[in-house]
Structures are given as structure tokens and as C-alpha cells.
Design a protein around this ligand. Structure first.
Ligand code: ASP
Length: 309
């Protein structure tokens, strides 16, 4: 029997243990467990890796705890602008959206770009017109309103600062979500979704929707979803770099993922992490921050839900 594997993340960061209560920790773990179960059920029912990553990411987008979909952070204008991407490692088809507003599940819109348009990446007004054509409904701002996120934004709203999703100046937390999967057919896929950074302006776009930077999948190598300081992940072309190290240097998944996160990203000043799978069902989840919300499950019997190292 071929293996199946699913790994998910809800963002990396310096999640100060002092700011974490046992109730909060349980809420995060429950949300991760729910997304893991939903995505894994698809794989067990012989569904595709693309279906599994979409379902898992949708579940995380529906939770107010993570900076994606419902829990997206506030922009400088007090709105929510979301980015997402999905990639099929079998066909190398990909879809991505950025700067979209009011869409409950940006990952599903990215999938429609992949499957129902002739394009890979749609942004802003155009992406919203495409969403309308595909019958997506637009939620009001109240659906995305969260008191804590609003407070975080109010603290820096009149400044030029923008920050990653966190509640305390020293508590850097990236709340982007993502999933990578291997299905029974031997195909892998990756999906990533984010609200970006609090108080972002000028149409700032991070790595998450950029194919090769924050998200990538290729059956020849691996499927990768990243989280962290997007500007550095774009400059490091991080997800594709993991794939390249496997393809050109013959590294294992773990070696390639560690090389990129623990050496190359750090060397240019970036912090964050990634999750990755290969077609043999190996999983790597390196991060160079204090923690990363993460979970994995596979047909070898592994199951893990973790936050700190
Ligand atoms: N990488 C995301 C971005 O820069 C942030 C995150 O991982 O939370 O938009």
C-alpha cells in the first residue's frame, strides 16, 4: 500500500510562553487537530492531495485564531487584504490570488484560478471580478473583525510600522496557514493562505501567494508551504530553493529544508519556517523561531500536534 501524508501549519514565530495560557494552547491545538482530521479524511478516502490541502487550509481559514481568512489582520486602511496559493505537484499547475477582500476562503479562489482560468496569478480588483464570475460571495467586514487583531492594529495604525501578526512587541508571531500532502496516487500538493502583515499598505504582498517563494509543489522533489517574514522568503525564493537542493544537489527532504531555513534564510536576516513532504511520505517541518503551530499525520502511524520546539 502506498503511503499518505498530511502536514499543516498555522504560522511560525516567537510565541512567548508567558503569553500562552493553557486554554489558548488548547484552542490552537484543537483548531490544528480539526484541520488535520478534515484534510487527512480526504486522503484516506482516496481523494487527491490538491483536495486535501484545500480542505485543511479552509478549516484553518475558518478559525479566528490564525492570520488567514476569518482571522486576517488589519491593513493600514482598517480593511483585510488576503493572499493565497495552491499548487499541484503532478501537473505543476498552480493558482494564486492576492490583495483580495471579503472572500471567506481565499484558497478556494486560488484553486479556481488554477482550474478555471488560463492564468496563474490574479490580484486586486481583477481577482475580485474573477471571484464574482465564479459565484463567490463577499462577506462584510464584520465577518473578519476580531477584537484582538483590531487592538493590535490600533496600537500602530498612525505610524509607518507594519508588523507580523502578534500581540506583544516581543512576541513575533506569523499566523499564515498552509498544508502539504501526499495522496494514494503518489501525487503531492501545497497550499498557503494569509492576511499578510498588520498595518500593511501600498498593496504590500508577501511570499505566501508567490509560486516558488512561499508555496511550491513538484512530484520530482517536494511540496512546500512557508511562514515567516515574507520579504526574506521572497528574496530567498525559499520553497523553490528546497526543491532545487533536492533536484540538483541530491539532498534529502530534511537536509534541503534545514539548509534553507537554518542557514540561507537566517543568513539574509529572515525568520520563520516551512512544512514539506516528498513522494515517499517524508515530512520536514523546520523553523528558526521559537515555535511554529504545526501538525502532521501519515499512514506510517505518525501523528503530532505541536507549537514549541
Ligand atoms: N509570510 C507571510 C507574509 O509575509 C506572513 C506569515 O507567515 O504570517 O505575508
Amino acid at each position: 500500500m502506498r503511503p499518505i501524508t498530511l502536514a499543516i501549519h498555522g504560522g511560525a514565530g516567537t510565541l512567548l510562553k508567558g503569553n500562552m495560557t493553557s486554554e489558548k494552547e488548547k484552542a490552537y491545538k484543537d483548531a490544528l487537530a480539526l484541520a488535520l482530521e478534515k484534510g487527512y479524511a480526504i486522503l484516506e478516502e482516496n481523494g487527491t492531495a490538491v483536495d486535501a490541502v484545500e480542505v485543511a487550509v479552509k478549516s484553518l481559514e475558518d478559525s479566528p485564531l490564525f492570520n488567514a481568512g476569518k482571522g486576517s489582520v488589519f491593513t493600514a486602511e482598517g480593511t483585510h487584504e488576503m493572499d493565497a496559493a495552491i499548487m499541484d505537484g503532478n501537473t505543476l499547475n498552480a493558482g494564486a490570488v492576492s490583495l483580495i477582500t471579503g472572500i471567506k476562503n481565499p484558497v478556494s479562489l486560488a484553486r479556481d484560478v488554477m482550474e478555471k482560468s488560463e492564468h496563474v496569478f490574479l490580484a486586486g480588483d481583477g481577482a475580485m471580478r474573477f471571484a464574482n464570475d465564479q459565484g463567490f460571495s463577499v462577506e462584510s467586514e464584520t465577518y473578519f473583525h476580531d477584537d484582538l487583531r483590531h487592538k493590535q492594529w490600533l496600537e500602530i495604525k498612525d505610524s509607518d510600522h507594519f508588523q507580523l501578526d502578534h500581540s506583544d512587541k516581543k512576541d513575533h508571531k506569523f499566523g499564515t496557514v498552509g498544508a502539504v500532502a501526499l495522496d494514494y496516487h503518489g501525487d503531492i500538493a501545497a497550499a498557503t493562505s494569509t492576511g499578510g502583515m498588520t498595518n500593511k499598505k501600498w498593496g504590500r504582498v508577501g511570499d505566501s501567494p508567490m509560486i516558488g517563494a512561499g508555496n511550491y509543489a513538484n512530484n520530482m522533489t517536494c511540496a512546500v508551504s512557508c511562514t515567516g517574514s515574507g520579504e526574506f522568503f521572497i528574496r530567498g525564493v525559499v520553497a523553490y530553493d528546497v526543491s532545487c537542493l533536492m533536484e540538483y544537489k541530491g539532498m534529502t527532504l530534511q537536509e534541503a529544508a534545514d539548509e534553507v531555513i537554518q542557514k540561507r534564510v537566517l543568513a539574509i536576516g529572515g525568520d520563520g519556517g516551512l512544512i514539506a513532504v516528498d513522494i515517499h511520505g517524508n515530512i520536514a517541518m523546520p523553523f528558526n523561531t521559537e515555535g511554529m503551530y504545526r501538525a502532521k499525520k501519515d499512514s506510517f502511524g505518525t501523528q503530532e500536534i505541536a507549537i514549541y520546539k
